[in-house]
Design a protein around this ligand. Structure first.
Ligand code: FE2
Ligand code: FE2
Length: 135
């Protein structure tokens, strides 16, 4: 069972970004599953890499739209993205050094951050992009 689920209330009104959020959630769920299914080093390492790559891609997509349309809260939003990326990179680094990841860390941090960020910070740009005609 997925531990994060995309629902309509997470929609930011931009089709491409909604679809990216769904993929991001899928990748976070895959990471969660791989820890739950025995923490296999190779599988989990790959799940972390895929998540990191996708995070960079998705944050880049949002940030280039911010630039293009002059979103006024770009700096604070980008700071949240950067802090999150560093934390996942840190997880990856600890994993590389042989530490096991705790399911509680993934649950508490990854799931809470993703949902809160979409629900609060990403939702902040929904009205702005709508006013600019971005769908
Ligand atoms: Fe987002
Ligand atoms: Fe964001």
């Amino acid at each position: 069972m997925p531990f994060i689920k995309w629902t309509e209330d997470l929609s930011v009104g931009v089709a491409e970004l909604d679809s990216q959020h769904k993929s991001l959630i899928d990748l976070a769920n895959a990471l969660y599953d791989s820890i739950n299914n025995g923490n296999d080093r190779e599988i989990l390492g790959k799940a972390l890499d895929r998540l990191l790559d996708y995070i960079a891609f998705h944050f880049g997509s949002e940030e280039s739209l911010f630039q293009k349309y002059g979103f006024p809260y770009e700096r604070t939003h980008k700071r949240e993205h950067d802090q999150f990326s560093w934390r996942v990179l840190d997880m990856r680094g600890r994993w590389n050094r042989g530490e096991d990841l705790q399911i509680s860390e993934v649950q508490d941090f990854l799931s809470d951050w993703i949902q809160n960020h979409i629900l609060h910070s990403d939702k902040e740009y929904a009205g702005f992009f709508k006013s600019k005609g971005v769908r």
